[in-house]
Design a protein around this ligand. Structure first.
Ligand code: CP
Ligand code: NVA
Length: 305
């Protein structure tokens, strides 16, 4: 991870650290890891957006590793009344051993990490969702065994998850085809870095992206903070639903992933998310295992070599 030992983008990990993290997370998933490397520590969890999976997995995971977790929303802390990000970071730094942040601006998480010496973990920003992509990758490895020679199809919005998939493809070298409507592309800098590898391609037709793919994945059409764009987005994304017909164009052994929460009948048909190719519940469970591995590495001294 970075010199400051933060986890803000997937690219804070080298490919070999990523693979070591999966080994550790897999031991946790199998119940083979019984250590409590965070005994006596505290984890501050600052959330300015809603959360089910991220909140519960970090809170339970921290507890299982021996730490006490504090869930803090803007209503609970002075940040919501205008206290500086920098001052909040400096104060938390004196009291806790790790900080998870979920917020809107990616720069706020980077600022936090600059002013806090303790590890800062990105629990989702408008730009990135690095903890979720770790869980998705672990799920791919769990069900397909390897990333080598695999193709992932991203269908829908070029949002935080799409950006994190771009980073993952660039880091691990698998093929990624993103089908996004015009005007809803991933972040241009992240996309350019990923397409430069020759493994990542942006197309406009969902069927072109899904053809022969081993993983088909999508996300909501309107992310948190975009609720007022829902109607306009529903029109733009009308052709971008993952349904049984689209899944039929993928590889026979293809799996379906979704970070959740899902809107059945919008970005995914119920027959797909509730069907035999769906691995979304393993994917959600894997949040717990990968984040425990991240905390054990950043806060608990577990080695990723
Ligand atoms: N996938 C995910 O991050 O879910 P939550 O918003 O429930 O945390
Ligand atoms: N793209 C979604 C992911 C939710 C976990 C959002 O940002 O709302």
């Amino acid at each position: 991870m970075t010199a400051h030992r933060d986890f803000i983008n997937l690219t804070d990990l080298t490919p070999s650290e990523l693979r070591a993290l999966f080994v550790l997370a897999d031991r946790m998933r199998r119940g083979e890891y019984r250590k409590r490397p965070l005994e006596g520590q505290a984890l501050a969890m600052l959330f300015t957006k809603s959360s089910t999976r991220t909140r519960v997995s970090f809170e339970v995971g921290a507890w299982q590793l021996g730490a006490h977790a504090l869930f803090l929303t803007p209503r609970d802390v002075q940040l919501g009344r205008g206290e500086d990000v920098a001052d909040t970071a400096r104060v938390l730094d004196r009291m806790v051993q790790g900080i998870v942040i979920r917020t809107f601006a990616h720069a706020d998480v980077e600022d936090f990490a600059r002013f806090a010496q303790v590890p800062v973990i990105n629990g989702l920003t408008d730009l990135q969702h690095p903890c979720q992509i770790l869980a998705d990758l672990l799920t791919v490895q769990q069900h397909l065994g390897t990333f080598d020679g695999k193709t992932v199809a991203w269908i829908g919005d070029g949002n935080n998850m799409a950006n994190s998939w771009c980073d993952a493809a660039a880091l691990l070298g698998f093929e990624l085809r993103l089908a996004c409507p015009d005007g809803y592309d991933p972040d241009p800098t992240i996309l350019a870095r990923a397409t430069a590898t020759g493994k990542v391609k942006l197309v406009r037709d969902p069927a072109e992206a899904a053809a022969g793919a081993h993983v088909v994945t999508t996300d909501v059409w309107a992310s948190m903070g975009q609720e007022e764009e829902q109607a306009q987005r529903s029109r733009a994304f009308a052709r971008f639903q993952v349904d049984a017909a689209l899944m039929a164009t993928a590889a026979r052994e293809a799996i379906f992933l979704h970070c959740l929460p899902a809107h059945r009948g919008e970005e995914v048909a119920a027959e797909v998310i509730d069907g035999p190719q769906s691995r979304v519940w393993d994917e959600a469970e894997n949040r717990l295992h990968v984040q425990k591995a991240v905390m054990a590495a950043l806060m608990g001294g577990e080695s990723l070599t």
